[in-house]
Write a protein that binds this ligand. Sequence first.
Ligand code: ADP
Length: 492
Amino acid sequence: MCMAMKGVFKYLSPIAHLGEKKYTIQFPLFFTLFLAIGNELLTNRLIYNPSLNSILAIVVFIALITYFSFRNGIRGGIASVVITISYYLYIVFSRPSSLSDRILQLEMVLLLTILYLFLAFIVGGLKQIVDNLVETEANEKIRLQSIIQQLPLGVVITDDQGNVIKANKKSEQILGMKIPIGFPLAQKTLIDTFQNEKRINPTRGVIAQTLRNGKPISQRETFIIRKDGKKVLLRLNAAAIHNRHGKIIAAASIIQDITLEKENEKRKDDFVNIASHELKTPLTSMKLYLDLLQSRYDQRVQDRKTKELLTSVKYQTNRLQELVSDLLDVTRLQTGKLTYNKEEFNLNQLALESIRQLQTTTNHQKIIMTKSEEITVIADRFRIQQVLINLITNAIKYSPENSNISLQIKKKGDMALVSVKDKGIGVAKDQKKKIFERLYQAATTDDKKFPGLGMGLYISKQIIKRHRGKIWVESQEQKGSTFYFTLPIKSA
Ligand code: ADP
């Protein structure tokens, strides 16, 4: 019974039909006709009261036209107007009256027709506009929802309290469980989440954090132990959603399963590690034999061409050895196995040594040490020289012939500030941070003007970081770059 009542109410309610865009005329036609007959029978035939009849004939039908315009659009309103006006004409012609009265009545009917049509167009038109809006909104919602569902990434959206509003299938797949709507994600845990091998409380999770401070969190790597016991590595992004007044109203997070990616990365690193280890031993022997060969030639053979060839082979072998050693360093850094042996040494002396060594590799560029302060540091001498050599080598590589490269060492508070300045190609603004990333090269690979693998600055950054210093670049494209690094003077 209740269901039937609900059904009738839904059928009659114009609100329930918003967005349907069904503009049928049957119901308005029959119902208005039904009411006209009812009105005629009740007020004119049964109770015979012409004035009540005319009041009702106006009030009831205005209400009816408004209702049908709102329920069935302009078409429904007009259908109701047609029946109403036909009924009015019936009243005019079925009652005895004088010609002048009749003309007056007809004028009245004409006026009412214009008024009713106006009403039907305004209300019906408004209804149709609302229908379009509702439909657009609904379509947008469906489109958005299906995009979220189809995404190859997990998406979880919560309200401002961290309760789940929407979680797509992929997020459930990644986390290996159902995420119920309303689940208090920022307070309770669905699964055990870890960060740096430590189990973390959900209030420290990305959703809780972004809801607390409104700041987006990007590329946070973490892992979970799923209910089925599987360890899944995740990359998380989260952002709070603000309303127009800046108030946080929701949060969205993107979950990526990076287990496979990390496994592949590890396999690649393992390969590079093994390959560079395997290359190191024969290379060392090769260099020894080459030295031997060169000394024999120096003593016995006077063939200049052969000597030149030997020098070239030695140069290339040295380069290969540097490359292999960089590769080894990168893998050691990745696995945290790069060790540091700290000692006290004079930074200026080390810089001069490095300059002397590298000046032999270039005939055209002059490497000079500009006015510097004498500074002693406690650091890994070998590794700091590696940084200096890398910066100077880059300065040589990326600047034109006949240009000077200058090195300077200064005190800045309790830090030593070292700078290597060149007048070369420079570094674009958006590349200044990236060039310190692993295997990153600013020049595109298809114009391989400068050989290299993009390891030097990454290694340098890690070394300086481990010494609690900083490394950065200031540069203007095509004008030159100055690479800076700092080292604590009284390094622990
Ligand atoms: P590589 O020189 O082997 O490519 P690096 O890690 O030493 O690797 O440098 C990374 C990138 O930074 C280089 O590919 C180059 O694009 C840019 N770069 C480094 N030093 C300079 C410099 N002095 N001037 C201009 N660009 C530089």
